[in-house]
Design a protein around this ligand. Structure first.
Ligand code: ADP
Length: 191
């Protein structure tokens, strides 16, 4: 808190990296609903865990049920949602974990704010770039049908905008790739 002397941790970032065998970082998956974020996040978590890394997934649907249960889908609430997730992810990465975040996170400024809060090179942005038509065909959760019927408002891609990242570290057109290919591409970007 401002005005109070802060007692600093005696454990450095380097100490933690040495203990865990890797630096903490955020791997941020962004894309439309149904693009494949959760599927890829869980497959990536398995791959990194099996390789001995300390990894955890923060998934949009799960977090919205708890930490952000008070928030809706207006622009302000979406910004606050991403601010909270970004803060939790930053703290977990600071503790030394590889944190995979799987959120639609449609607004560029909200994502960039999280990147700006991280040390250089420790925020990997992954655009799961599946086109709207394919996401809508998949409609894994039946949400597109509801949005088209007007039963859901502020639905990303239909009645609320999605701003693609201009220069993500990784782009995954899942309509041309297997889940394994997607995991390979992210893993390659981390080494
Ligand atoms: P999101 O988390 O982005 O809303 P989900 O992971 O819940 O998306 O759903 C994506 C759907 O697309 C799943 O049914 C998944 O099996 C399918 N899918 C097909 N190809 C891929 C791929 N290459 N990567 C990820 N998902 C894929």
């Amino acid at each position: 808190m401002a005005g109070l002397d802060q007692v600093k941790s005696k454990i450095s970032h380097q100490d933690r990296s040495k203990r865990f065998g890797h630096p903490g970082r955020i791997i941020w998956l962004t894309g439309l609903s149904g693009a494949g974020k959760s599927t890829i996040a869980m497959a990536l978590e398995r791959r990194l865990f099996d390789a001995g890394q300390n990894v955890y997934v923060l998934d949009g649907d799960i977090v919205r049920g708890g930490l952000c249960a008070d928030l809706g889908f207006s622009s302000d609430d979406r910004a606050e949602n991403i601010r909270r997730i970004g803060e939790v992810a930053r703290i977990m990465a600071d503790a030394g974990l590889l944190v995979i975040v799987a959120f639609i996170s449609p607004f560029r400024a909200d994502r960039d704010r999280v990147r700006d809060g991280m040390p250089a090179g420790r925020f990997t942005e992954v655009h799961v770039s599946t086109p709207l038509e394919i996401c809508e065909q998949r409609d894994t959760k039946g949400l597109y049908a509801k949005a088209r019927a007007g039963e859901l408002t502020d639905f990303t891609g239909i009645s609320s905008p999605y701003e693609p990242p201009p220069s993500p570290e990784v782009t995954l057109p899942t309509e041309q790739l297997t889940v394994d290919d997607c995991v390979d591409r992210i893993a390659a970007a981390l080494t």
